[in-house]
Write a protein that binds this ligand. Structure first.
Ligand code: B12
Ligand code: SF4
Length: 493
């Protein structure tokens, strides 16, 4: 069967800093290809909708699978499915991915027959079985599969991360993938899941709090196959188990792999496992993203971050000592007034780190979705991108965005525009000579994307698809079965 896998467009407010390959879709592509299907992948972060329609004409897919990791992409995917159904009525249309796993039934409903099914959870084990069951009543009895007729049992989680290495060969125009100065940049995965349980995050609820690792041999071999000089490690929290990080590193040394790396981890993991980060510094780890989230004890407790402000600051010191370039995230609460923005701004200007802001957002799959969502001011999927306020703001909304954009632009002046070019002129020039312009363009994009009026006016766009709020609200902790996508142990491939 001819199968087209599609990743939706980049979210406007994140494409400044990065654009990365759709790794999950590439893993699903491997499992489908192994089952004997002809597979193509189209990434709308790089290609346009016009390219999509052209692809339908030339490839004539019999099935199309959309990846919906981000809530804000839901309307785009539904609209594409509806228009595709009109052009190719016989084509089987399905969706899968992180966010859609928490809202599967409502997406099937919104699409009014245009989406044949939504696949909840990991796609590798179930996608080939799904394609086999097309046109068969068994479809809605498959694990994790949700159709208009019903829902199958709990999704399958596979027990062997080595089994389906990403089909990177299917991602076209790969030189468009980058993160900051790592231009071009591929992605890879050493582990899946997160054992922590922060109240604003859905990484742990998706995998039912499980944590799995690729074997050091397979992980290193996968990175060795990457053509790009730079690699972004997508793990939720890198090097939770230091011995695993060390073993992967040794394998990379044995294979003589030399790359530059970017990863995400927790501050306490960095403090506890300093030796593995030092070792990876020697292997080429240069950049890391640390989810600081808040500067004060009370907010950290509220986020259930299970860390103290001192540990966070200690991690920053360690990162500086080792010589990493660090980006940190702070969650801006809608209840912030001018004073709170100013406190964070003042702090951020005194540290050398790159400081990013996200807006506290209860979205399906997070615990705060169950405890906070009664206060939602909007049900527009497009605003659930952690750059918009979906809860009531203490400041008038337009003032909140003014403060947010002002804070972001003050901080960005440290790292973008002329300042950045001064520090990285040599690198920018070398990249330009090779035709790699993602990084240089990034330095000037901020002003054209972030603006108070633009973010404010996003709230007044006509609403086509409305999110379904949770049925029961509760101030206390929701039960595991109301939160988790994957329940129970991994299954064998
Ligand atoms: C790496 C990552 C990124 C990367 C790259 C993402 C990309 N190009 O796809 C970068 C750094 C760019 C990124 C950015 C953002 N991210 Co992000 N990201 C992740 C992270 C940590 C891992 C994703 C990943 O690659 N996993 C590994 C692969 C193998 O798994 P996967 O993609 O989930 O795919 C599997 C299944 O989902 C499924 N599947 C996926 N697609 C399909 C399609 C079909 C048809 C089928 C059947 C199955 C299927 O099968 C795959 C294999 O098992 C997740 C957290 C998480 N654990 O999922 C957050 C996460 C997805 N990101 C999140 C957020 C908020 C963001 C940002 C909005 C943050 C920001 N500040 O702007 C931006 C927006 C990016 C954009 N779209 O433009 C949230 C999602 C929130 C939401 N509900 O919408 C998550 C869940 C993190 C969190 N803490 O809550 N992100
Ligand atoms: S924020 Fe980080 S540590 Fe907390 S649950 Fe999410 S992935 Fe895990």
């Amino acid at each position: 069967m001819r199968v087209l896998l599609v990743h939706p467009s980049a979210l406007m407010y994140s494409e400044i800093y990065l654009r990365l390959e759709p790794l999950g879709l590439e893993c699903v592509a491997t499992s489908i290809r192994e089952a004997g299907h002809e597979v193509r992948l189209l990434d709308l972060q790089i290609f346009t909708h016009r390219d999509y329609w052209r692809e339908l004409e030339t490839f004539r897919p019999q099935a199309i699978g959309f990846s919906v990791n981000y809530l804000a992409n839901v309307p785009e995917v539904i609209d594409l499915a509806v228009a595709t159904r009109r052009r190719l009525p016989g084509c089987f249309l399905f969706a899968g991915g992180h966010s859609v796993s928490f809202i599967a039934a409502e997406v099937v409903e919104h699409a009014r027959g245009a989406v044949d099914c939504v696949v909840r959870g990991e796609g590798e084990l179930i996608a080939p079985r799904l394609l086999e069951a097309i046109g068969d009543a068994r479809l809605s009895t498959l694990p994790g599969v949700v159709t208009a007729d019903g829902e199958g049992p709990t999704p399958l989680m596979h027990d062997d991360l080595d089994r389906f290495p990403p089909a990177r060969d299917l991602a076209r125009r790969r030189r468009k993938y980058f993160i900051g100065v790592l231009d071009p940049c591929a992605s890879a995965e050493l582990s899946r899941g997160c054992p922590w349980d922060c109240s604003f995050c859905s990484a742990w609820t998706f995998y039912g709090r499980s944590y799995r690792k690729a074997s050091p041999e397979a992980a290193a071999a996968d990175i060795a196959r990457i053509a790009e000089p730079n690699v972004f490690l997508v793990d939720d929290v890198a090097f939770v188990h230091p011995e695993h990080g060390l073993a992967v590193g040794r394998e990379l040394e044995r294979l003589r792999v030399r790359k530059q790396y970017y990863l995400e981890t927790r501050c306490d993991v960095l403090v506890r496992n300093r030796e593995v980060f030092e070792y990876w510094r020697r292997l080429g780890l240069r950049y890391m993203f640390l989810g600081l989230e808040a500067l004060d004890e009370e907010s950290l407790k509220l986020h259930r971050k299970r860390i103290t402000p001192n540990e966070n600051l200690r991690a920053l010191e360690i990162a500086r000592e080792i010589g990493f370039t660090v980006a940190v995230n702070i969650i801006a609460d809608p209840s912030w007034d001018e004073r709170q923005f100013a406190v964070v701004r003042d702090w951020a200007l005194t540290v050398p780190e790159i400081v990013h802001f996200t807006v506290a957002t209860p979205y399906p799959g997070t615990e705060i979705w169950h405890t906070e969502s009664r206060r939602l001011t909007t049900l527009d999927y497009r605003l659930f991108d952690v750059q918009h306020a979906v809860l009531p703001t203490r400041l008038p909304l337009v003032r909140f965005y003014e403060e947010l954009v002002k804070t972001q632009s003050v901080l960005n002046r440290k790292h973008l525009g002329v300042a950045a070019l001064r520090d990285t002129a040599g690198l920018a020039f070398r990249l330009a000579l090779r035709g790699q312009t993602n990084f240089i363009r990034m330095l000037w994009k901020f002003g054209s994307v972030y603006s108070r009026d633009r973010q404010y006016s996003d709230h007044f766009k006509p609403l086509k698809y409305s999110m379904r709020p949770p049925e029961a609200h509760s101030a206390s902790r929701p039960r595991a079965r109301d939160l988790f996508v994957h329940l129970g142990a991994p299954s064998r491939a």
